[in-house]
Design a protein around this ligand. Structure first.
Ligand SMILES: Nc1ncnc2c1ncn2[C@@H]1O[C@H](COP(=O)(O)OP(=O)(O)O)[C@@H](O)[C@H]1O
Ligand SMILES: [Mg+2]
Length: 334
């Protein structure tokens, strides 16, 4: 009995040892597989990162496919798909670039055409202006009051046409070049008075009066030609968007650093959602009010004022007395 127990224990011990040895070999095998997988995963990660940084020629090495065939095949075919898409995107991009180039050329041709046409239009318009001035000066004989009144209207619409043509020509000229300022110390107050006098005949057509106040009489370094252009644009807009028989208030004031030229018209106020767009090239609502508009006036004025390190500020109120103020802010010392 005793020897039976000893044999049994021996058998159990041997079985235990065999089981432990086989467990050990299995463990070693698992360790090796784990090491291999780790190596493959590292290789796959390296390939993915390489592709991520633009090396589309990188692939998971072949030797890995025997160990983890599905993973390396999937990663490699994913990279192939990316390469295909990349090729397609490049093709689309070059198509798109070609289309953009054509559009840009068409846009340039269009602007060239408008600029040339406008330039040619200026000649007869100026001839008409001179002829009207001669007629009103009685050079072709004495005119009666009704004839004078009719010619006065013609003269103011001719003035508007001249301004429109000037805005278009200036805008297209500045499209090609940066605004180059020739600044000189100028008496801003006299300049504003002069512009208002020039604009009065246009305002008179709709019985609009222009008032002017100032509390600033010093000189400021500006490019007079350009600031006059901007100022004329704002006053022309104020006239266009005023109610007939209303008034326009122009004021010149200052603080320590800046001067402010404010132009306010009443009746119609500019809509708040419109303010974000009014300086965009070609933005205009003029046709809604049966007026002639190019949408270039504020675009040009804004560029001019910005070139002077200033800004155009818009104030409006549609609740109490509807009004719109366009204010040119210019630094006194620049
Ligand atoms: N004083 C103003 N009052 C109301 N709206 C204005 C005024 N000035 C400009 N706007 C708005 O801004 C738009 C753009 O003005 P602008 O660039 O001068 O172009 P245009 O006068 O040719 O329409 C106008 O069409 C109008 O909608
Ligand atoms: Mg305008």
């Amino acid at each position: 009995m005793q020897s039976f127990i000893i044999v049994l224990l021996l058998i159990i011990c041997i079985a235990l040892i065999v089981w432990l040895v086989s467990l050990y070999f299995k463990y070693q095998e698992l360790k090796k597989t784990f090491r291999n997988h780790k190596k493959i995963l590292r290789s796959v990660t390296r390939t993915i990162n390489s592709v991520r940084y633009g090396n589309l020629y990188e692939r998971v090495p072949d030797e890995t496919s025997s160990v983890l065939p599905n993973l390396s095949q999937s990663v490699n075919s994913m990279i192939e798909a990316i390469v295909d898409r990349e090729g397609m995107i490049k093709e689309y991009q070059s198509e798109l670039n070609k289309k953009i180039n054509v559009l840009t050329e068409v846009e340039e041709l269009k602007e060239d055409f408008v600029a040339t046409l406008t330039h040619d239009l200026k000649v007869p318009i100026l001839a008409e202006k001179n002829m009207l001035a001669f007629l009103l000066d009685n050079r072709f004989g004495e005119l009666n009051n009704r004839q004078k009144e009719a010619l006065g209207y013609l003269q103011s619409s001719n003035k508007e046409l001249v301004e429109l043509v000037e805005i278009i020509l200036e805008t297209y000229k500045l499209n090609e070049t940066k605004i180059e300022l020739h600044k000189e110390e100028k008496d801003v107050n006299s300049m504003i008075e002069e512009i208002i006098e020039q604009m009065r005949p246009i305002a008179d057509t709709d019985s609009i009066t222009i008032n002017y106040w100032t509390e600033f009489y010093n000189r400021v370094a500006i490019d007079e030609f350009y600031i006059k252009r901007a100022l004329k644009n704002l006053i022309l807009n104020a006239i266009s968007f005023s109610e007939p028989s209303s008034k326009i208030d122009v004021a010149l004031c200052n603080d320590d650093k800046n001067i402010y030229i404010k132009i306010t018209n009443y009746g119609k106020s500019i809509k708040r959602e419109e303010i974000a767009h009014v300086f965009d090239k070609y933005y205009t609502t003029a046709k809604k009010f049966r007026k002639v508009g190019t949408g270039l006036g504020l675009y040009l004025s804004n560029r001019i004022v910005k070139a002077h390190n200033g800004e155009i500020i818009i104030e409006t109120d549609s609740y109490n007395v509807p009004y719109t103020t366009f204010m040119i802010k210019l630094p006194i010392f620049s």
